[in-house]
Write a protein that binds this ligand. Structure first.
Ligand code: GLA
Length: 547
């Protein structure tokens, strides 16, 4: 085992020197110098809107057109929202003799010359014509959640079981870009979600093979079967999201049954807490704490900001659930704050971690960002009283010895430069969202235990690994000369930890880097990390660096 200590600062300096010198550095640490410039961006969490929270089973072409238009007109599309997702209620379970889905022609009419009523391709074309992407919904079981309707009649057989091949091909042929697959039917039949969702993913893959169109995969079994342990790359999916909890609130549809329902701040916090599984959130795979209820009845403007802060610090999918045609200016400003959205969409793709807590309910959350030395920080006050909360640079993995600048993302204001810590008074049930920009703390680099003999498709192990914190950030340096991502299973201390995606690093055989967060459950330098490539040539894991 080889072990060098380095700091990103030093590596960056070396890298800059290398560029100026116009030649490769042959110095100790030169490998890190090259690597520092090769951080590979991973797919960000999806952003968009979903019909469920505000329209329930009343969704139809008119609703979807109005929402899509609003998303463009109100600036959300420009801010990064792109999916217009049709949730439950678009289909009532009818199929023709060949098993093809038949939809209500009145709800989904022809919208342009030459179109046929009852063809979902019509609404997709409309959504695409606005520069947006289209999402659709089904269930992995035989029945869907329409067997327990929140609104309107009971519909049976609104699921895809027995028709995976046919339905996912149909969705892709209609032109959809995204599919959410629910679990009401699977749950009723006591199916195994890891098995069913893998089959769905394979059907999606085959549909892509036929149509060239990839459906982004959204898994919705509410976290009941610990999807963070199996949903990463399930059935070969190159990127996906999985729900980690139930719904924050059942739908609130104006003028319909239950229109007096309210979303609650406690519900938002509870879904946030259930969504924290940083060990599974990396390289394009994300925990999904539910569509957002920002701007829906029940939350104040301040609570909406906290909600958005919680979702973005955890790199959650940002799927708005409010009616986009009636957003207040304050809600719109909350949903579109570019600096807050940038935290969510950061190309490192990591989830925020709670790095300090004081008493009961005063918490510091930190999300590492792709700019070296930068952390998004949330000071969260869950208590009934205003309180001062302090963030220490050391808790963020930044150097204590160097000052760091602090910016308030909601006020969009620089607060100044501070040495070693920053304190703010945070109101009850409120949060401050900051960017702290300091100097990276030291990382320790490890070379593989058996670098010499290792074949490309064999396990690569790193032994005697230690970390400053139990949930540690690990930078993985690798090459993938292929055109598509490659995957490897990670075991930590003989636990199956997760599967990591390694996007292409280009043909020149230059190493790139991705980051993960993983649990070091052994004391000191007793931890062992092993990567086993999934039968793919082309992937070579070179080294890891640990904070
Ligand atoms: C489940 C999901 C919701 C929504 C409804 C539709 O409850 O969790 O997000 O899709 O089904 O019935």
């Amino acid at each position: 085992m080889r072990k060098d200590s380095d700091s990103k600062h030093a590596r960056r300096t070396l890298a800059v020197l290398a560029v100026f010198a116009g030649m490769a550095l042959i110095l100790p640490g030169a490998m890190q110098a090259a690597n520092a410039q090769r951080q590979i961006a991973v797919p960000p969490p999806p952003m968009g809107w979903s019909s469920w929270n505000s329209f329930s089973n009343t969704v139809d072409a008119k609703v979807v057109m109005d929402q899509a238009k609003a998303m463009v007109a109100n600036g959300m599309a420009k801010a990064g929202y792109q999916y217009v997702n049709i949730d439950e209620g678009w289909w009532q379970g009818q199929r023709d003799v060949e098993g093809n889905i038949v939809v209500d022609a009145k709800a989904w009419p022809a919208m342009a010359a030459g179109e046929r009523a009852g063809d979902m391709a019509n609404i997709v074309r409309y959504i695409h014509s606005l520069g947006l992407k289209a999402g659709i919904y089904t269930d992995a079981g035989m029945d869907g959640c329409s067997m327990y309707p929140d609104l309107g009649p009971v519909y049976q057989h609104v699921g895809s079981e027995g028709h995976y091949e046919q339905d996912f091909l149909q969705f892709a042929k209609w032109g959809f870009d995204y599919v959410k697959v629910d679990w009401c039917g699977g749950d009723k039949e006591k199916l195994d979600p890891a098995v069913q969702y893998a089959e769905v993913a394979r059907a999606i893959g085959r549909a892509e093979g036929v149509t060239g169109r990839r459906l982004y995969f959204s898994i919705c079994e509410w976290g009941n079967n610990s999807p963070w342990t199996w949903a990463v790359n399930v059935g070969g999916s190159p990127a996906d999201i999985w729900r980690t909890s139930g719904d924050i609130v059942a739908p609130i549809v104006p003028h319909e049954k239950h229109s007096g329902r309210l979303a609650s701040f406690a519900g938002v916090l509870s879904n946030f807490d259930q969504g924290i599984h940083p060990e599974a959130e990396h390289t394009g795979f994300y925990n999904d704490p539910d569509m957002m209820v920002v701007g829906m009845p029940g939350l104040t403007d301040a609570q909406n900001r906290v909600h958005m802060s919680l979702w973005t610090i955890s790199a959650a999918p940002l799927l708005a659930g409010a009616d986009l045609t009636t957003l207040s200016d304050a809600t719109l400003a909350t949903l579109t704050n570019p600096e807050v959205i940038a935290v969510d969409q950061d190309s490192l793709g990591l989830q925020g971690i709670k790095v300090a807590s004081y008493g009961d309910g005063l918490e510091v959350w930190s999300k590492a960002l792709s700019t070296p030395g930068e952390r998004a920080v949330l000071l969260l006050n869950r208590t009934g009283d205003p309180a001062a909360i302090t963030v220490h640079w050391g808790d963020l993995g930044l150097s204590d010895a160097s000052p760091a600048s602090v910016r308030d993302l909601w006020a969009r204001k620089d607060l100044g430069s501070f040495s070693s810590s920053y304190s703010a008074t945070v109101q009850s049930n409120d949060a401050a969202m900051l960017i702290v920009h300091g100097s990276e703390g030291k990382l320790t680099t490890y070379a593989p235990a058996r670098a010499d003999g290792a074949r490309k498709d064999q396990e690569v192990s790193f032994t005697q690994v230690s970390s400053r914190v139990r949930m540690a950030r690990v930078r993985i340096s690798y090459t993938n000369s292929e055109k598509a991502p490659r995957f490897a299973d990670l075991r930590v201390n003989d636990r199956i930890a997760t599967r990591v995606a390694f996007p292409p690093t280009g043909s020149e055989n230059k190493a790139g880097e991705v980051w993960i967060e993983t649990l070091f459950d052994r004391e000191g330098a007793q931890n062992v990390l092993s990567f086993t490539p999934i039968s793919d040539p082309g992937l070579s894991i070179e080294s890891i660096a640990v904070e």
